[in-house]
Structures are given as C-alpha cells and as structure tokens.
Design a protein around this ligand. Structure first.
Ligand code: PEP
Length: 255
C-alpha cells in the first residue's frame, strides 16, 4: 500500500561536474521496471540542483532539496524559497535534519513553518526526527520524538502530503545502524502519533523512512520490517555503485 522510497541525501558533497557524471550514469544504469516498485530521489546541494533538474527532466528519478526557507520572497539573505525550488521541478525537500537542528540551530517552530511553506508550493516535505544517544539512555527517546512530530506537523492538515524520516542521531554517519526492531518500534510509535493527530487512514498511508548508516548490506533487513517504508541514505548514496545496490537490495525485500 505504501510505495517504498529510497532517498539519497548528498549533504555538502558533489559540485556541478560530479553531479552531472553521477546522474548521467545513474539514469543509464537503473532499469525501468524498478520505478514501478519503488520511488527514487536524490538530494544534491543547492548549487547542483539546476543542472540536476535539467538532467532528470525526462527521468523517473525524483529531485529533492536539502533545505528550504518558509517565506516566499524578500529580504532573507542566503535563503531559498519553496517557489524557487518549485520552478526547477523539486519534488521533495528534507526539513529538520539533525545536522541543521544541531549545527545551524533550527528549532521546531521554524521547522513547522518550513513544512507548511513547502506544501503550499506542492513540494512534499520529509520531516526528520530522532533522539540522541543520551536521550535514549535516559529513556526519554519516545518523548523527544513525539514532541518533534507534534510540533513539526502542527500547521498541517490531513490532506497535506508529508513523509517522516526517523533518523536516530546516534546512527547518522557513525556506522551504528539501528536494528530493524529498534527502528521499527519507534516508527510504529510515530505512526500511532500521526493517527492521533490526523486519523487512522492518514497514519496508515504516511510513509515513514529510516535513516542512519544505511548501506547495501543492511537495507534489505531494515526494509523487511513492516513499519519501514524506505531509507534516507547519506554517506552511502554518494557512491553510484553502492546507491544502485541499495536500490536493488531494497526491492528484494518486496518479494
Ligand atoms: C543522513 O544524513 O540523513 C544520514 C542518514 O546519513 P548516513 O546515511 O551517512 O548515516
């Protein structure tokens, strides 16, 4: 019922030349029938988005942005609006990634506004949530994630399309992947919160991805868990062969 999504978050990697090379090869090497089974998206940095949008114009690979601002236009030096992203065909935008929460200081209020602004331009936001290791050790991880969900989604309505990515901070870029049980338990908890906010049907159809040190070896097991509807992949999405293997191995979990 929920179509899998494999999303490659390139973070602050790959300029224009590398983007061109990667996407040309990826397009050539992905078999058409794969798109019937899963959605695939890449999230290059801002300076590579335009060239990526041209390269992916007639392709079924979706293009996403790693961030967006919540105002439409004006005196906001350094920011990019949802309208600007829409103009180059952006389908998804990552909002509230833990690196932005921690390094840039984004808070739940800003994140909530970004989600709403993206939806107004028909861009599907991917809201990232997740606890630190200290929060898990103190056994407050569910409380933390519950707050991120409630605050982040507070301006949305049932008909608005959004995706959640559960990304435990201790698993991002560390090589310490959550087990399917740990991720699945939290993702089931998140789905229940969505049902409480927007109703059962919305909870059932909302895609919840897992992110945190995914690679081609662990993806199949993770995605086999019924609560995990795909992956937000960081480091491992930068190497084309590895990204292709992640895509192929995630399809194996569907059989
Ligand atoms: C991410 O940045 O969203 C992520 C999950 O990174 P990594 O796969 O490198 O842990």
């Amino acid at each position: 019922m929920r179509k899998l999504l494999i999303a490659g978050n390139w973070k602050m990697n790959k300029g224009i030349k590398e983007t061109e090379k990667f996407l040309k090869e990826l397009k050539d090497e992905i078999e058409e029938e794969i798109f019937e089974k899963i959605d695939i998206a890449v999230f290059p940095p801002f300076t590579s988005l335009y060239v990526a949008s041209i390269l992916l114009k007639n392709s079924k690979i979706y293009l996403g942005a790693q961030n967006v601002f919540y105002e439409k236009e004006g005196a906001y030096t350094g920011e990019i609006s949802p309208k600007m992203l829409k103009e180059i065909g952006i389908k998804y935008v990552i909002v509230g990634h833990s690196e932005r929460r921690k390094i840039i200081g984004e808070n739940d209020e800003m994140i909530a506004k970004k989600l709403k602004a993206a939806i107004e331009e028909e861009i599907v936001p991917i809201l990232c949530v997740g606890e630190t290791i200290e929060e898990r050790e103190k056994n407050i991880h569910k409380k933390i994630v519950e707050k991120q969900i409630q605050e982040g989604l507070k301006f949305l309505k049932e008909e608005d399309e959004f995706i959640i990515a559960y990304e435990p901070v201790w698993a991002i870029g560390t090589g310490k992947t959550a087990t399917p049980e740990i991720a699945g338990e939290m993702q089931g908890f998140i789905r229940e919160r969505i049902k409480e906010i927007f109703g059962k049907e919305k909870g059932e159809k909302t895609r919840i991805l897992y992110g945190g040190s995914i690679n081609s070896k662990n993806i199949e097991e993770l995605i086999s868990h019924p609560e995990i509807d795909g992956g937000l992949v960081g480091g491992a999405s930068l190497k084309k062969e590895e990204f292709l293997s992640i895509i192929k191995n995630s399809i194996r979990s569907l059989k």
